[in-house]
Design a protein around this ligand. Structure first.
Ligand code: SAM
Length: 278
């Protein structure tokens, strides 16, 4: 998979490309990340990429010409192939695991990073195939957002994670056939490692039992429990098996039972309570 990142700060990416998964995927040749300095596509002496906003107001706006030129150059290089062009923007469709799964199927992606007040709207209207936001908050530039998108997508590219880890079991992962547009899976179950007893805090016994059937059931229950407690809205969008539905009912029942100190065992985040029994 090839990423072409258009930015005024190519050096911003140097360190993240040199560590962990992105480095491994690049070195093994599974992923190529190419950085393009937007200023290389300017045509004035000052290599200017921005100008004052029409209509007045504070800040500067990225001019359309250098961005159009950059994307045209990349298109010409890829033999005119249809490549998704993503404008990173807080006004875009939210990046979710489901969206990342879609992107991971593309052989090539172009990412456009804005700065300042943003990018001339004609880029979103006539050049980008879509706008993507990494969350409902405003960053100073699209570089962090592009890095988040690349890391999320690269770990879904077949073969990148290897056998030691499976993205399919991560939080939000969907089964192979998507449930519905934008649907998200459950949160992952909790994980533990040695020591089995840390300062009196013990690892759940079932995980030490060697009984795979019980371990599987416990993990499913805890994934459901955590989802219900922290992100109950996700449950409304997944279809649960009969077994999972029964587990969920049980979790809800247990939450209503009086626990020690008169606290609920679990309460969903929506209720403002996240109290866990001992
Ligand atoms: N004036 C814009 C607005 O309120 O929608 C914000 C511009 S922001 C300061 C500058 C650049 O940062 C944007 O053009 C975009 O590339 C990037 N950016 C900021 N927040 C982002 C987010 N949540 N997701 C993706 N990109 C973001």
């Amino acid at each position: 998979m090839i990423f072409d990142v258009v930015t005024i700060f190519p050096d911003f990416f140097r360190s993240i490309l040199e560590y962990g998964l992105l480095k491994r995927a690049r070195v093994s040749g599974q992923v190529e990340i190419r950085l393009h300095d937007l200023r290389d596509f300017t045509d004035d002496r000052h290599r200017s990429v921005d100008d004052r906003p029409f209509g007045g107001g504070p800040g500067m706006v990225f001019k359309p010409e250098p961005i159009f030129r950059a994307v045209e150059a990349l298109k010409a290089e890829s033999g005119g192939a249809q490549v998704p062009v993503v404008l990173l923007s807080p006004q875009g469709r939210l990046l979710t695991q489901a969206v990342a799964q879609e992107f991971a199927k593309a052989p090539r992606l172009t990412l456009l990073c804005g700065r300042y007040e943003g990018v001339d709207e004609r880029v979103a209207e006539y050049l980008a195939t879509e706008e993507i936001s990494i969350g409902d908050y405003v960053l100073s530039g699209g570089e962090l957002a592009a890095a988040v998108l690349m890391e999320t997508v690269v770990r879904l590219v077949p073969g990148v994670l290897g056998n030691e880890a499976s993205a399919a079991e991560d939080s939000f992962s969907l089964p192979e056939s998507p449930l519905e547009n934008g649907a998200q899976g459950l949160l992952d179950c909790p994980h533990y490692t040695r020591p089995a007893d840390f300062c009196g805090h013990k690892v759940p016994e079932v995980l030490l039992s060697g009984n795979h059937q019980q371990v599987r059931r416990w993990r499913r229950r805890r994934a459901l429990e955590k989802t219900w407690r922290n992100r109950p809205e996700l449950l409304a969008r997944v279809s649960l098996s009969d077994e999972e539905q029964a587990l969920l009912e049980d979790i809800k029942r247990a939450a209503c039972e009086p626990a020690l100190h008169g606290e609920k065992a679990f309460a969903p985040a929506a209720s403002g309570r996240t109290v866990k029994s001992s």
